[in-house]
Design a protein around this ligand. Structure first.
Ligand SMILES: Cc1cc2nc3c(=O)[nH]c(=O)nc-3n(C[C@H](O)[C@H](O)[C@H](O)COP(=O)(O)OP(=O)(O)OC[C@H]3O[C@@H](n4cnc5c(N)ncnc54)[C@H](O)[C@@H]3O)c2cc1C
Length: 477
């Protein structure tokens, strides 16, 4: 190994946390290296992390494609469009997904060049502390030794395995395998009714699989506002997702061509189900594999996350950590916000991440999106609030679209009228939630939204109407 290459900042991991931190640090005038080990099918670099390679981007590509397929088969007729001979070309659908992923990988490599971030393809590991900074080794095809005063760790997360049912990505699938099934399974099992399980279940149901979801918790989408979760449960069940709550898995056994799941249902009765494929989506665990945290004494918490304070500072001076590998929601935009904030703090600025206004989205159809507090959280905290809802059924644009499912719900402080939470289940909820995020960042009242002119006809009018509903003065319902 040659002598160490010097940088101001070394970033380990080029997922949304790491690559954004690297770009922002470079914008601020630092010399920056970013190391990432993800390899594409040809062994080449594939920056973008879980998000780009096996997460946000490919899942949304398949959700879009499968939604087109479902619309062509079921919704077009109502619009006066008859489709004859509709058939699924799954290899093409998967190829398109891969193209979308590659465009994003290449886009990040381009951004690194544009911003003069030096990219290293390989595994980054702490080699030691030296001269008021750190030595980081890069292993892989081109071994290197890097030195920097600041290191940002953004090594992400991996899918959690169910004990006794290791992923083989053929029959028992993590998100990686779930995004690459090469023939639509007749019977698909999904263990875990969280965001990933519901999104993956939706994709394969739309393409023709009979999908059974097994969830350990007794409530559906416990983190979501109850009224919204109930509505979503009703809609998903109507679409054909077979959702079983309060189950206790006792055994998963993979055969030659199928997987058997034995479990107790919510009444305690023993059940057995046989699936062609089984997706396990029971959460994700922080990834510090191969980082060699011990070499420098980098502290992890009891759950294996890198321990950080509110500013993403670790126990070591000059070492920061962001994204899925630290506490907080495992969301790409949360990782990005932390990455920007850390780069700015290194530059002596006041980087800022507002955890109260991080939006959440589930890209099912209809989509579910929310920001701020749920009604059950406000009740538990004893906060006096007012609620207003508006159904998409009464929204002209939703009728024209042919998707009138769901509603917008506002929660505002009973005294000050400040918006405390906004919850949406319905068409384009992922886009609509941005208005609520902006409003909450500016600490707007529901009255502010109610008085703002919204374009007609638009889905966003449902947002305005829900704000009006806080004082029982919706105009169209
Ligand atoms: C199926 C699925 C769908 C999702 N959909 C969404 C969504 O729609 N919206 C959303 O906000 N979030 C979504 N997420 C979550 C999102 O992907 C993560 O929150 C996000 O990727 C976290 O970013 P990160 O930068 O912390 O880590 P990651 O994206 O996991 O990136 C970490 C990177 O570090 C690399 N690495 C790790 N260790 C080393 C090392 N020692 N040396 C070199 N490189 C290393 C890894 O190879 C990887 O490239 C989804 C996740 C999944 C699985």
């Amino acid at each position: 190994m040659s002598t160490s290459k010097q940088f101001d900042v070394v970033v380990i991991g080029a997922g949304p946390g790491g690559y954004i931190a690297a770009i922002r640090a470079a914008q601020l005038g630092f010399s920056v290296a970013c190391i990432d080990e993800w390899a594409n099918a040809k062994g080449g670099p594939a920056p973008g992390g879980t998000c780009t390679n096996v997460g946000c981007i490919p899942s949304k590509a398949l959700l879009q494609s499968s939604e087109h397929f479902e619309h062509a088969g079921h919704a077009f007729k109502e619009h006066g469009i008859d489709v004859a001979g509709l058939s699924l070309n799954l290899p093409q659908m998967l190829k398109r997904k891969e193209t979308v992923v590659k465009q994003n990988n290449d886009g990040i490599l381009y951004l690194f060049k544009k911003n003069k971030v030096t990219f290293f393809h390989g595994r980054g590991a702490f080699a030691g502390a030296a001269d008021g900074g750190y030595t980081v080794s890069v292993t892989g095809a081109n071994a290197e030794s890097l030195q920097a005063k600041h290191v940002i760790v953004a090594t992400g997360s991996n899918a959690r395995e169910l004990p006794g049912a290791p992923f083989d990505e053929k029959l028992i699938l993590s998100n990686t395998g779930a995004l690459a099934i090469d023939a639509v399974p007749a019977k698909l099992g999904v263990i875990g009714a969280g965001v990933i399980g519901l999104e993956m279940g939706s994709v394969w149901r739309r393409l023709g699989a009979e999908v059974t979801v097994l969830e350990g918790l007794p409530t559906f989408l416990g983190a979501v506002d109850e009224q919204i979760a109930k509505e979503a449960h009703k809609l998903f069940t109507k679409q054909g997702l077979n959702i079983n709550l309060g189950v206790k898995i006792s055994k998963v056994s993979a055969g030659k061509n199928d997987v058997t799941v034995e479990y107790a249902d919510s009444t305690g009765a023993a059940q057995k189900a046989v699936f062609d494929k089984l997706i396990i989506s029971i959460g994700r665990v922080p990834n510090t594999n191969g980082l060699n945290a011990d070499a420098v004494g980098l502290k992890l918490d009891e759950r294996g996350f890198i321990a950080v304070d509110d500013d993403c500072k670790t126990n070591l001076p000059g070492v920061w950590a962001v994204g899925d590998v630290v506490r907080g929601p495992m969301l790409a935009h949360k990782a990005e916000e932390e990455g920007v904030a850390v780069a700015e703090r290194i530059a002596g600025q006041h980087g800022h991440t507002n955890f109260n206004t991080i939006p959440w989205v589930i890209y099912t159809s209809p989509e579910i999106a929310w920001v701020g507090q749920t009604e059950q959280q406000l009740k538990a905290a004893g906060v006096a609030y007012k609620a207003g809802t508006f159904p998409f059924m009464a929204n002209g644009r939703a009728r024209a679209l042919g998707d009138t499912s769901g509603m917008v719900k506002f929660l505002a402080d009973a005294t000050t009228d400040e918006i405390l939470g906004v919850h949406i289940v319905g068409p384009m909820a992922s886009e609509l939630i941005s208005e609520a995020v902006v409003a909450m960042e500016f600490r707007a009242s529901s009255e502010d939204i109610a008085r703002i002119c919204h374009a007609h006809p638009s889905l966003s009018e449902a947002t305005k109407e829900a704000a009006l509903a806080i004082d029982k003065r919706s105009l169209n319902f």
